[in-house]
Design a protein around this ligand. Structure first.
Ligand SMILES: Nc1ncnc2c1ncn2[C@@H]1O[C@H](COP(=O)(O)OP(=O)(O)OP(=O)(O)O)[C@@H](O)[C@H]1O
Length: 242
Protein backbone atom coordinates (compact mmCIF):
# COMPACT_ATOMS: atom_id res chain seq x y z
CA UNK A 1 0.00 0.00 0.00
CA UNK A 2 1.24 3.49 -0.82
CA UNK A 3 1.95 5.58 2.23
CA UNK A 4 0.67 9.12 2.25
CA UNK A 5 3.54 11.59 2.13
CA UNK A 6 3.71 14.55 4.49
CA UNK A 7 1.58 17.26 2.87
CA UNK A 8 1.79 21.04 3.24
CA UNK A 9 -0.41 20.72 6.29
CA UNK A 10 2.29 18.66 8.02
CA UNK A 11 3.91 20.41 10.97
CA UNK A 12 7.52 21.33 10.25
CA UNK A 13 10.12 20.07 12.68
CA UNK A 14 13.50 21.82 12.13
CA UNK A 15 15.30 19.30 14.34
CA UNK A 16 14.79 16.68 11.61
CA UNK A 17 17.06 18.50 9.16
CA UNK A 18 17.01 17.25 5.58
CA UNK A 19 16.27 13.57 5.13
CA UNK A 20 16.71 11.49 2.00
CA UNK A 21 14.97 8.16 2.26
CA UNK A 22 15.69 5.48 -0.34
CA UNK A 23 16.34 8.14 -2.96
CA UNK A 24 17.17 7.39 -6.57
CA UNK A 25 17.15 9.71 -9.54
CA UNK A 26 17.11 9.04 -13.25
CA UNK A 27 17.17 11.44 -16.18
CA UNK A 28 15.10 9.52 -18.69
CA UNK A 29 16.40 5.95 -18.69
CA UNK A 30 19.69 6.88 -17.06
CA UNK A 31 19.97 6.43 -13.29
CA UNK A 32 22.46 8.97 -11.92
CA UNK A 33 21.82 8.56 -8.17
CA UNK A 34 20.79 5.40 -6.37
CA UNK A 35 20.40 4.05 -2.84
CA UNK A 36 20.74 7.38 -1.07
CA UNK A 37 19.78 7.41 2.61
CA UNK A 38 20.95 10.48 4.49
CA UNK A 39 19.98 12.69 7.37
CA UNK A 40 21.64 16.10 7.13
CA UNK A 41 21.61 18.08 10.36
CA UNK A 42 25.15 19.50 10.57
CA UNK A 43 25.69 23.23 10.03
CA UNK A 44 28.35 22.93 7.34
CA UNK A 45 28.20 20.05 4.90
CA UNK A 46 30.31 19.61 1.76
CA UNK A 47 29.71 17.42 -1.29
CA UNK A 48 32.69 16.42 -3.42
CA UNK A 49 33.44 13.85 -6.10
CA UNK A 50 34.41 13.22 -9.71
CA UNK A 51 32.71 14.98 -12.62
CA UNK A 52 29.33 13.56 -13.51
CA UNK A 53 29.06 11.60 -10.25
CA UNK A 54 25.73 13.13 -9.28
CA UNK A 55 26.68 15.97 -6.90
CA UNK A 56 24.56 18.68 -8.54
CA UNK A 57 21.62 16.33 -8.81
CA UNK A 58 21.96 15.53 -5.10
CA UNK A 59 22.15 19.26 -4.29
CA UNK A 60 19.09 20.01 -6.40
CA UNK A 61 17.10 17.31 -4.63
CA UNK A 62 17.58 19.17 -1.34
CA UNK A 63 15.25 22.05 -2.22
CA UNK A 64 13.02 20.34 -4.75
CA UNK A 65 14.68 21.74 -7.88
CA UNK A 66 14.87 18.06 -8.80
CA UNK A 67 12.25 15.64 -7.47
CA UNK A 68 13.41 12.09 -6.78
CA UNK A 69 12.44 9.34 -9.22
CA UNK A 70 12.16 7.03 -6.20
CA UNK A 71 12.16 7.60 -2.46
CA UNK A 72 11.47 10.81 -0.57
CA UNK A 73 13.27 14.00 0.38
CA UNK A 74 12.01 15.69 3.53
CA UNK A 75 13.03 19.14 4.74
CA UNK A 76 12.17 19.60 8.40
CA UNK A 77 9.73 16.77 7.78
CA UNK A 78 8.13 18.46 4.73
CA UNK A 79 8.14 16.42 1.51
CA UNK A 80 9.68 18.23 -1.48
CA UNK A 81 7.04 16.59 -3.63
CA UNK A 82 3.98 17.86 -1.79
CA UNK A 83 5.23 20.96 0.06
CA UNK A 84 7.49 22.47 -2.57
CA UNK A 85 6.74 26.14 -1.84
CA UNK A 86 7.39 25.75 1.85
CA UNK A 87 10.55 23.73 1.16
CA UNK A 88 11.88 26.45 -1.17
CA UNK A 89 11.37 29.05 1.58
CA UNK A 90 13.45 26.93 3.92
CA UNK A 91 16.26 25.99 1.54
CA UNK A 92 17.82 28.66 -0.66
CA UNK A 93 19.88 27.64 -3.71
CA UNK A 94 22.84 29.50 -5.22
CA UNK A 95 23.73 28.33 -8.73
CA UNK A 96 27.24 27.94 -10.06
CA UNK A 97 26.67 30.51 -12.79
CA UNK A 98 25.22 33.69 -11.29
CA UNK A 99 24.07 34.78 -14.76
CA UNK A 100 21.52 31.97 -14.56
CA UNK A 101 20.10 33.66 -11.48
CA UNK A 102 20.07 37.28 -12.62
CA UNK A 103 16.65 38.11 -13.98
CA UNK A 104 16.11 41.82 -13.31
CA UNK A 105 17.85 44.80 -14.92
CA UNK A 106 19.23 46.53 -11.83
CA UNK A 107 21.15 45.12 -8.89
CA UNK A 108 18.52 46.23 -6.34
CA UNK A 109 15.59 44.91 -8.38
CA UNK A 110 17.37 41.65 -8.86
CA UNK A 111 18.17 41.22 -5.17
CA UNK A 112 14.50 41.90 -4.35
CA UNK A 113 13.06 39.45 -6.88
CA UNK A 114 12.50 36.58 -4.45
CA UNK A 115 10.87 38.86 -1.89
CA UNK A 116 8.57 40.25 -4.57
CA UNK A 117 7.56 36.69 -5.42
CA UNK A 118 6.81 36.06 -1.76
CA UNK A 119 4.54 39.12 -1.70
CA UNK A 120 6.67 41.06 0.79
CA UNK A 121 5.42 44.71 0.88
CA UNK A 122 7.46 47.29 -1.09
CA UNK A 123 8.82 49.25 1.90
CA UNK A 124 9.98 46.16 3.76
CA UNK A 125 11.44 44.78 0.54
CA UNK A 126 13.45 47.96 -0.05
CA UNK A 127 14.80 47.95 3.51
CA UNK A 128 15.83 44.30 3.37
CA UNK A 129 17.45 44.69 -0.05
CA UNK A 130 19.38 47.79 1.09
CA UNK A 131 20.63 45.91 4.14
CA UNK A 132 21.82 42.87 2.19
CA UNK A 133 23.49 44.95 -0.57
CA UNK A 134 25.31 46.92 2.09
CA UNK A 135 26.53 43.71 3.70
CA UNK A 136 28.01 42.41 0.44
CA UNK A 137 29.62 45.65 -0.69
CA UNK A 138 27.06 46.19 -3.45
CA UNK A 139 25.22 49.20 -2.01
CA UNK A 140 26.99 51.57 -4.39
CA UNK A 141 25.78 49.47 -7.34
CA UNK A 142 22.10 49.31 -6.36
CA UNK A 143 20.88 51.12 -9.48
CA UNK A 144 23.49 49.74 -11.86
CA UNK A 145 22.71 47.14 -14.51
CA UNK A 146 23.24 43.73 -12.88
CA UNK A 147 24.78 42.21 -16.01
CA UNK A 148 27.63 44.75 -15.90
CA UNK A 149 28.91 43.57 -12.51
CA UNK A 150 32.14 41.60 -12.40
CA UNK A 151 31.96 37.82 -11.99
CA UNK A 152 32.70 38.06 -8.27
CA UNK A 153 30.13 40.79 -7.73
CA UNK A 154 27.53 38.78 -9.63
CA UNK A 155 28.16 35.78 -7.40
CA UNK A 156 27.77 38.01 -4.32
CA UNK A 157 24.54 39.41 -5.81
CA UNK A 158 23.26 35.86 -6.37
CA UNK A 159 24.07 35.05 -2.72
CA UNK A 160 22.45 38.32 -1.58
CA UNK A 161 19.29 37.49 -3.56
CA UNK A 162 18.98 34.21 -1.68
CA UNK A 163 19.99 35.53 1.76
CA UNK A 164 17.50 38.37 1.61
CA UNK A 165 14.77 35.73 1.85
CA UNK A 166 16.26 34.46 5.12
CA UNK A 167 16.15 30.75 4.42
CA UNK A 168 17.27 28.52 7.29
CA UNK A 169 19.59 26.62 4.94
CA UNK A 170 21.44 27.44 1.77
CA UNK A 171 22.75 25.06 -0.88
CA UNK A 172 25.66 26.30 -3.01
CA UNK A 173 26.49 24.53 -6.25
CA UNK A 174 30.16 25.18 -7.05
CA UNK A 175 30.10 28.78 -5.82
CA UNK A 176 33.76 29.56 -6.55
CA UNK A 177 34.33 27.70 -9.82
CA UNK A 178 34.02 30.75 -12.06
CA UNK A 179 35.88 33.13 -9.76
CA UNK A 180 39.49 34.30 -9.54
CA UNK A 181 41.40 33.64 -6.33
CA UNK A 182 40.50 36.93 -4.67
CA UNK A 183 36.79 36.57 -5.31
CA UNK A 184 36.85 32.86 -4.50
CA UNK A 185 38.35 33.74 -1.12
CA UNK A 186 35.77 36.46 -0.61
CA UNK A 187 32.89 34.08 -1.32
CA UNK A 188 34.53 31.45 0.93
CA UNK A 189 34.60 34.02 3.74
CA UNK A 190 30.95 34.92 3.14
CA UNK A 191 30.00 31.25 3.37
CA UNK A 192 32.11 30.78 6.49
CA UNK A 193 30.44 33.70 8.24
CA UNK A 194 26.87 32.72 7.41
CA UNK A 195 24.81 31.86 10.48
CA UNK A 196 22.70 29.54 8.33
CA UNK A 197 23.30 25.86 7.72
CA UNK A 198 25.02 25.37 4.37
CA UNK A 199 25.52 22.55 1.92
CA UNK A 200 28.32 23.26 -0.53
CA UNK A 201 29.06 21.28 -3.70
CA UNK A 202 32.61 22.01 -4.78
CA UNK A 203 35.82 20.92 -6.46
CA UNK A 204 37.62 23.55 -4.38
CA UNK A 205 38.70 21.38 -1.45
CA UNK A 206 40.12 24.32 0.52
CA UNK A 207 36.61 25.68 0.77
CA UNK A 208 35.71 22.76 3.03
CA UNK A 209 38.34 23.38 5.71
CA UNK A 210 36.72 22.75 9.08
CA UNK A 211 33.41 21.56 7.63
CA UNK A 212 31.47 19.30 9.98
CA UNK A 213 30.70 16.68 7.38
CA UNK A 214 31.69 15.96 3.79
CA UNK A 215 30.03 13.47 1.45
CA UNK A 216 31.96 11.92 -1.40
CA UNK A 217 29.69 11.07 -4.33
CA UNK A 218 30.89 8.69 -7.01
CA UNK A 219 28.93 7.10 -9.85
CA UNK A 220 25.64 7.94 -8.17
CA UNK A 221 26.46 6.63 -4.68
CA UNK A 222 27.76 8.08 -1.43
CA UNK A 223 31.13 6.37 -1.08
CA UNK A 224 32.42 8.27 1.97
CA UNK A 225 30.66 10.26 4.66
CA UNK A 226 32.64 11.79 7.51
CA UNK A 227 34.49 14.85 8.82
CA UNK A 228 36.13 17.03 6.12
CA UNK A 229 39.66 15.70 6.59
CA UNK A 230 38.64 12.04 6.41
CA UNK A 231 36.44 12.50 3.33
CA UNK A 232 38.96 14.63 1.45
CA UNK A 233 41.60 11.97 2.11
CA UNK A 234 39.26 9.25 0.82
CA UNK A 235 38.45 11.33 -2.26
CA UNK A 236 42.15 11.91 -3.05
CA UNK A 237 42.78 8.18 -2.76
CA UNK A 238 39.82 7.36 -4.97
CA UNK A 239 41.10 9.72 -7.66
CA UNK A 240 44.70 8.54 -7.33
CA UNK A 241 43.61 4.96 -8.04
CA UNK A 242 42.03 5.89 -11.40
N1 LIG B 1 19.07 17.73 -16.85
C1 LIG B 1 19.74 16.62 -17.15
N2 LIG B 1 19.32 15.79 -18.14
C2 LIG B 1 19.99 14.67 -18.45
N3 LIG B 1 21.12 14.27 -17.83
C3 LIG B 1 21.59 15.05 -16.85
C4 LIG B 1 20.94 16.27 -16.47
N4 LIG B 1 21.65 16.83 -15.47
C5 LIG B 1 22.70 16.02 -15.25
N5 LIG B 1 22.66 14.95 -16.08
C6 LIG B 1 23.61 13.82 -16.08
O1 LIG B 1 23.58 13.22 -14.79
C7 LIG B 1 24.88 12.84 -14.38
C8 LIG B 1 25.18 13.50 -13.06
O2 LIG B 1 25.27 14.90 -13.27
P1 LIG B 1 25.52 15.94 -12.09
O3 LIG B 1 25.51 17.30 -12.70
O4 LIG B 1 24.59 15.66 -10.99
O5 LIG B 1 26.99 15.52 -11.66
P2 LIG B 1 28.12 16.35 -10.88
O6 LIG B 1 28.75 15.37 -9.96
O7 LIG B 1 27.55 17.58 -10.30
O8 LIG B 1 29.12 16.70 -12.06
P3 LIG B 1 30.19 17.93 -12.22
O9 LIG B 1 31.24 17.76 -11.17
O10 LIG B 1 30.75 17.64 -13.58
O11 LIG B 1 29.43 19.20 -12.15
C9 LIG B 1 25.83 13.27 -15.51
O12 LIG B 1 26.10 12.14 -16.29
C10 LIG B 1 25.04 14.28 -16.29
O13 LIG B 1 25.39 14.23 -17.65
Amino acid sequence: MRRRSAGPQAVADPSRGIELVGVAHAYGERTVLDGIDLRLTERRIGIIGANGGGKSTLARLLNGLVLPSAGRVLVDGLDTRSALREVRRRVGFVFQDPDAQIVHPTVAEDAGYGLENQGVPTAERAARVAEVLERYGLAGHADHPAHLLSGGQKQLLAIAGVLVMRPARIVFDEPTTLLDLVNARRVARVIEELPQAVVVVTHDLDLLDGFDRVLVVDAGRIVEDGPAEQSVRAYRKLMADR
